[in-house]
Design a protein around this ligand. Structure first.
Ligand code: GTP
Length: 257
């Protein structure tokens, strides 16, 4: 059984800030958002956690093994260095979407994302201990994106194909299994999953191919932290590339072995 600790990162009262005293230059907002993401990624990455940029004003992190003191330190450091502050809600559940919903609710019950008095909320629960099977992470990518898209058609049309595959996959895994999937650049999608069998990934790949005509491959890993699960998933994806298979589970014997 998986146990996912999710942290919702929300910039406090960001909407009003972006237009006060008048609308701010868009590239200044983009710079702030991407630097904030980079800072948070570096902070949690050093603790073997993952963070995904999602909408940038809200980011979703998988923080198994990261305790309340570390969350408080991150919040304090951002507050000291940025013109905005962040609130953090954390929760633990078997299914990633359930952990996120609980984490989110902790902030929602404290007030609105656009309430100037609701700032630097730090509310949550943290895993007391971790085990090697707490997290299952799947790393998907498009089979031969370079040959089929990048070297053939213009960048925007390549982007449309990758985004359509992402939309199809994220909906399918969210509805069927309560998994959370994130586009992470290039042709890569990382899914934080509950404990799923190989069949679920075969079905997901088939679903995307029949839905939007994009062929995916996926490596699946497990671990006590997002880094550990994600890193084994990357190795499993290398097995797909080497063997021409569409699904590989790290450590599972290959069919025919
Ligand atoms: N975030 C992330 N991006 C990656 C990773 N590996 C590759 N990419 C991105 O994906 C793009 C395409 O690389 P590949 O997936 O290796 O290329 P491909 O042509 O699809 O080749 P195959 O995956 O072997 O079918 C690269 O330009 C990178 O932007 C990774 O591990 N993480």
């Amino acid at each position: 059984m998986t146990t996912t600790q999710v942290t919702l990162v929300q910039i406090d009262n960001y909407g009003p800030w972006t237009v006060t005293p008048e609308p701010r230059r868009e590239m200044d907002l983009q710079t702030l958002q991407s630097r904030l993401f980079a800072d948070i990624a570096q902070f949690v990455g050093h603790r073997d956690a993952y963070v995904f940029f999602t909408r940038f004003d809200n980011m979703i992190a998988v923080t198994n093994g990261v305790d309340d003191a570390a969350h408080a330190a991150l919040q304090e450091s951002i507050g000291n260095r940025y013109p905005v502050s962040i609130s953090l809600g954390t929760a633990v559940a078997e299914r990633p979407v359930d952990a996120l919903t609980s984490a989110n609710r902790r902030l929602q019950t404290e007030g609105s994302a656009q309430d100037e008095h609701r700032t630097e909320v730090l509310a949550g629960e943290y895993l007391a201990e971790t085990t090697d099977t707490d997290l299952q992470i799947a790393h998907f990518d498009v089979v031969d994106v370079t040959g089929k898209y990048t070297d053939q058609i213009n960048e925007f049309d390549t982007f449309i194909n990758v985004e359509r595959a992402y939309a199809s996959l994220m909906h399918h895994l969210r509805e069927a299994h309560g998994a959370l999937s994130f586009f992470v650049g290039g042709d890569n999608i990382i899914s934080v999953c509950p404990d799923l069998p190989e069949r679920a990934f075969t079905d997901a790949v088939s679903h995307v191919e029949s839905d939007v005509g994009v062929e995916l491959q996926v490596g699946v890993g497990t671990g006590s932290s997002a880094h550990e699960a994600g890193f084994t998933a990357k190795h499993a994806l290398e097995d797909c590339r080497r063997d021409g298979t569409s699904v590989e589970l790290f450590g599972a014997p290959a069919i025919g072995d």
